[in-house]
Design a protein around this ligand. Structure first.
Ligand SMILES: *[C@@H]1O[C@H](CO)[C@@H](O)[C@H](O)[C@H]1NC(C)=O
Ligand SMILES: *[C@@H]1O[C@H](CO)[C@@H](O)[C@H](O)[C@H]1NC(C)=O
Ligand SMILES: *[C@@H]1O[C@H](CO)[C@@H](O)[C@H](O)[C@H]1NC(C)=O
Ligand SMILES: *[C@@H]1O[C@H](CO)[C@@H](O)[C@H](O)[C@H]1NC(C)=O
Ligand SMILES: *[C@@H]1O[C@H](CO)[C@@H](O)[C@H](O)[C@H]1NC(C)=O
Length: 336
């Protein structure tokens, strides 16, 4: 063989090799994007729906009653789900304080941007300050995403707010497959959440799903210095049942009317996450599944903002108690 021919053969081999590598890369990508990933939630305690499962449910709820408020009404009641009677993927209900205008604005501009599959509303009570009330009316007219009830927006009224959220979803967004209850000081990695729900769980929805950061054997605070102090008359036992940290709780469609039904009929208890995701969830017999590593903790948050998303690993929502600047910083660090 002469030198020129050998060179030609080598070139052909290299080309074949390159084509082969490209082929494998394509196949690898294909499988990575089309085959569902195994559920990353350890020991799921819920079931997934398929295309033929019915998700029809009926709401048996007194519209004008909210626990012990017998003259309840929505002061502001937007209807973002009205055009989606055939089904909507995700509804996010965000508990917010009337004066947290900035948090709501940042959420609207970052993770809470409304899309065809996801609707975001804010849950508010009433303010006793006329200026604040007028600002809320203006904000509500401008953005159409304020769900407001006729109870005082107060710390010990958090449970009214959460149950109002369930009521609003059950009556006005019953076709939503998944419902996320969040606080207004967190980051939701909305794309990761949608992929997690649609691909790792099921695009058709789930049944009996309550997932979150699960808290077990939490002791009831009796100290007068504690923000969470609860007297024995308010709650007798020393420990709370297993419950979800209230800053981010993911429900499946079927769970909402069932929780609402129980919450409407139990005596009021002001710590909403304990009450709804602990006491009420126990009554309807729905287990709480920990999201474990899919929740961003403070350590991984530092990795994310310092070294980028790859170093932090996958997550679907971030730690609570963030200020608006931190929400913006984290959002910038998440790839869209
Ligand atoms: C979904 O439908 C199938 C077939 O009808 C049934 O066997 C299964 O139990 C249903 N799953 C749920 C979670 O309801
Ligand atoms: C849902 O149930 C109601 C009554 O229970 C029935 O009238 C309606 O046709 C059902 N819808 C679907 C899509 O199955
Ligand atoms: C009402 O709110 C406005 C604006 O936040 C504030 O400037 C004012 O002091 C408040 N009024 C009362 C009576 O608290
Ligand atoms: C609400 O909007 C009206 C009309 O645009 C405006 O005149 C008023 O100053 C606004 N009120 C507040 C509290 O922002
Ligand atoms: C909660 O709201 C109710 C109804 O508006 C009100 O009577 C009550 O005083 C509020 N609780 C607190 C702690 O403000």
């Amino acid at each position: 063989m002469i030198a020129g021919q050998r060179e030609k053969v080598n070139m052909i081999t290299i080309h074949k090799l390159l084509i082969l590598i490209m082929g494998f890369t394509l196949i690898y990508d294909y499988f990575n994007t089309t085959t569902p990933i195994i559920v990353r939630v350890p020991k799921p305690k819920f079931s997934l729906l398929g295309p033929y499962n019915s998700t029809n449910y009926s709401v048996d709820d007194a519209y004008n009653k909210l626990i012990d408020i017998t003259v309840f009404r929505f002061k502001s009641n937007p209807q973002p789900c009205l055009d989606y009677s055939a089904g909507l993927f995700l509804v996010v209900i965000v508990a917010s304080k009337p004066t947290n205008y900035e948090n709501r604005m940042v959420i609207r501009n970052t993770w809470g941007r409304t899309s065809d599959s996801t609707k975001v509303v804010f849950l508010l009570g009433e303010s006793n300050n006329a200026t604040v009330s007028q600002k809320i009316i203006n904000e509500s007219l401008l953005y159409g995403d304020i769900v407001q009830g006729n109870f005082d927006d107060a710390y010990r009224n958090m449970t009214y707010k959460h149950v109002m959220g369930l009521k609003w979803v059950a009556h006005h967004c019953p076709a939503a497959k998944y419902i996320l209850k969040a606080d207004d000081d967190i980051v939701v990695n909305i794309r990761a959440l949608q992929q997690f729900l649609a691909r790792e769980l099921s695009p058709w929805g789930a049944k009996g799903l309550i997932t979150c950061q699960v808290l077990e054997h939490a002791q009831v605070q009796r100290s007068h210095r504690s923000k969470w102090r609860v007297s024995p008359t308010e709650y007798q036992a020393h420990y709370y049942p297993t419950y979800c940290a209230g800053w981010a709780v993911l429900y499946s469609q079927d769970v909402v009317p069932r929780l609402l039904n129980v919450a409407q009929n139990l005596p009021y208890f002001w710590i909403d996450d304990v009450h709804i995701t602990g006491i009420c969830a126990q009554q309807i017999g729905v287990a709480r599944t920990p999201l474990a590593s899919l929740i961003l903790n403070k350590h991984r948050l530092d990795l994310l903002t310092s070294f980028g998303p790859d170093s932090a690993g996958p997550f679907i929502f971030g730690p609570p108690d963030l200020n608006v600047d931190k929400i913006k910083t984290i959002w910038k660090a998440i790839p869209e």
